[in-house]
Design a protein around this ligand. Structure first.
Ligand code: PHE
Length: 335
């Protein structure tokens, strides 16, 4: 009987080594330690033993039972604790790929733009999003009661402050601080008091550009923009100018690009016109140069307000602006 007990123990340990999951471990427990298990059936024979043998065998059986229970407990704990599910483990499979974060599409395009402008000698500036009425409007030739204020619905904050409605708020700040010649872009977040739909958001991104020097003209503006667009779209993009009104530029334009989808043939994106509106721009208004402390007789410049968010939507063909700030991983993981 003692031999049987030792044998049982050995068999148990060699079977235990093959355990791959908790189901199998449970089966093993029933097989050896269950009420109708192997140990129980051996113990049932104890009563037929000679009296002097009973205590010794009984003690051995109890020791083995205790040991097996202990080992079971430990094995169970290990299997439970290890995050690895050993079930059907195949060591030849490639490892699980861990997901790492990545840049937001707006950041990707912003960085491309920054890089393209840096190559043209532009510096990159940041500035306040909480702005005064003065820099957002008045200094830009938009005095109080000017109707142009109504074209940019504004979030007003106590005390004549506001959330900037455009990155143009930095034009006069930069001229005051750095004077001329000046070459810079100011990418950043802007805010409009607007109800949202697929093409409107209360918060979006623009990239302002400002170049001031002697003899700056529209030809300079077009050349700079073409170089930028080929960096973003990785091909030459045709542009055209239409007149546009903004109080802080004179003359003012809307710059269109040839439709990047149909390449000018006409499609639903460009409403069959072959062109898509890209950005407002123009030559800096003399009043703005003055506000910045410069003599408009001596200096001239161009400014543009690139709709960064719009550009992102065009580049990746995103049809709902709200997706960009939704934080929805199903959307974000596509970039
Ligand atoms: N700030 C203007 C807007 O947001 C765009 C603009 C910038 C127009 C620079 C001309 C020059 O609508």
């Amino acid at each position: 009987m003692e031999k049987k007990l030792r044998e049982l123990k050995n068999r148990f340990f060699s079977e235990l080594k093959t355990v791959r999951d908790d189901d199998f471990l449970a089966e093993l427990k029933i097989k050896y330690l269950g009420r109708k298990g192997e140990l129980a059936s051996i113990l049932r024979g104890v009563k037929d033993l000679a009296v002097e043998e009973k205590p010794r065998v009984g003690q051995l059986a109890n020791e083995i039972k205790k040991e097996l229970l202990e080992v079971f407990g430990r094995t169970e704990a290990i299997i439970k604790k290890s995050a690895i599910r050993p079930r059907n483990f195949d060591s030849s499979l490639p490892g699980q790929r861990r997901e790492i974060g990545h840049l937001h599409p707006s950041t990707i395009v912003q960085e491309e733009i920054e890089e393209a402008f840096a190559k043209l000698g532009f510096s990159i500036f940041d500035g306040p999003q909480l702005e005064s009425d003065y820099y957002n409007f008045t200094a830009l030739n938009i005095p109080e009661d000017h109707p142009a204020r109504d074209t940019q619905d504004t979030f007003w904050v106590e005390g004549k402050n506001l959330l900037r409605t455009h990155t143009s708020n930095l034009q006069v700040r930069m001229l005051e601080k750095y004077g001329a010649p000046f070459r810079g872009i100011f990418p950043g977040r802007v805010f409009r008091y607007e109800s949202t739909d697929a093409s409107h958001e209360h918060t979006f991104y623009q990239t302002e550009g400002l170049m001031v020097d002697r003899n700056i003209n529209i030809g300079n503006l077009i050349a700079v923009m073409q170089s930028l667009l080929s960096a973003v779209f990785h091909k030459k993009v045709n542009v055209r100018l239409r007149p546009g009104f903004f109080p802080f530029v004179e003359p003012g334009f809307e710059m269109d690009i040839e439709c990047f989808i149909c390449e000018g043939d006409g499609c639903s994106v460009c409403k069959q016109s072959g062109w898509v509106e890209l950005m407002p721009c123009g030559l800096v208004h003399p009043g703005v140069l003055k506000a910045g402390g410069l003599d408009p007789e001596e200096y001239s410049g161009f400014a543009f307000g690139l709709g960064l968010t719009r550009l992102v939507m065009m580049k990746y063909r995103i049809n709902d602006i709200r997706l960009l700030q939704s934080g929805d991983l199903r959307f974000l993981k596509q970039f």
